[in-house]
Design a protein. Structure first.
Length: 330
């Protein structure tokens, strides 16, 4: 789903303490920049706590764990309110907000369609229009009933289910940053499979430098951008696409049509104040394409879209971003 990003920067005076682990269906890397007067042991301990926090978030939101709260929600009967953890309630409530803000291009209830197209990928057989129509009837953020007073959720339609994949990794990244900060770390980067947050700087002279991958050339960095205290996320059609009958299909589903997105947008990058926001809007921008740039500008976010123009890659950027050589400047 997400681009592979790199980070660099000179700074001989700082040491980088790094740890990589599998989590949330991807590879998570945490790097902490340690100045000469700072403790490496403290950095390692903080990284361990941050990794533990990512695991805790996964235990709440994973659709693959039967004991997760999301799995419990998806097993619930329609019109029967289910009491859930306030943390889970809040992220679902925010996800409904993202759905409204993007006119349904991001939709937390898209799981029935995701499951349908996953079956197509595994079987090599495209779903029928009837199958898509039936799955679409189970999709719609407006069919989620939330009661903040009681901390309950319910669905109005039988067969509905939610998939927090569009925000959970970004949220977990932000939670890991929170833990690092609370344990005295001032300069770090958390990369949850492309959902990234850059805390502080690489060293006294350089910010963290993030590389945006070329969507059709895995070995090539399209642009680099320096970040400080910001989240960044790239979503695209090039990591988890599949082929049926010689045709390429994206894993990103347009909840409004029930079909995978076309090949107009090959990647969309969002820069935001937190990784969760970047995560949600990067997915939405892949669905909306150029038409979504107005939404991004109104939300005060920064975006980079790579579009396919008959095989040529065209890059479009939101207000406030310019290109200088191979670097994006803000």
């Amino acid at each position: 789903m997400l681009s592979s990003c790199s980070y660099s920067g000179s700074g001989r005076e700082n040491r980088i303490i790094e740890r990589t682990e599998p989590a949330m269906g991807t590879i998570v890397t945490i790097k902490v920049s340690v100045a000469p007067e700072e403790s490496e042991t403290a950095a390692r301990d903080a990284i361990g706590l941050a990794m533990g926090e990512i695991g805790r978030v996964e235990s709440l939101f994973s659709v693959y764990r039967e004991d997760s709260q999301v799995a419990r929600i998806n097993r619930s009967r329609p019109n029967e309110p289910l009491k859930i953890d306030p943390e889970v309630f809040t992220l679902i409530e925010k996800s409904v907000g993202y759905s409204k803000d993007t006119d349904g291009a991001f939709d937390v209830t898209v799981k029935p369609l995701v499951d349908l197209w996953k079956l197509a990928k595994d079987s090599g057989v495209l779903p029928s229009e009837k199958d898509i129509r039936e799955a679409r009837a189970k999709v719609g953020y407006e069919k989620i009933m939330l009661d903040r007073d009681g901390m309950t959720i319910s669905f109005t339609t039988d067969g509905m289910s939610i998939d927090m994949g569009g925000v959970a990794k970004g949220y977990a990244t932000d939670r890991a940053i929170y833990i690092l900060r609370n344990n005295g770390m001032q300069n770090a980067i958390v990369d949850s499979g492309g959902d990234m947050y850059c805390l502080g700087t690489r060293n006294s002279a350089n910010r963290w430098t993030v590389g945006i991958q070329h969507p059709r050339d895995r070995g090539r960095i399209l642009y680099k951008i320096d970040l400080k205290d910001e989240g960044i996320d790239t979503s695209g059609d090039y990591e988890k696409y599949f082929m049926i009958g010689g045709k390429r299909y994206s894993h990103i589903i347009d909840p409004r049509t029930g079909y995978p997105i076309g090949d107009d947008v090959t990647s969309a990058t969002i820069i935001a104040k937190d990784s969760e926001t970047a995560d949600a809007y990067a997915t939405a921008l892949c669905v909306l394409g150029k038409a979504g740039m107005d939404i991004i500008d109104k939300k005060g976010l920064k975006s980079i879209i790579v579009r396919n123009n008959n095989g040529a890659m065209n890059v479009e950027m939101s207000k406030g971003l310019t290109v200088n050589g191979d670097k994006i400047e803000k």
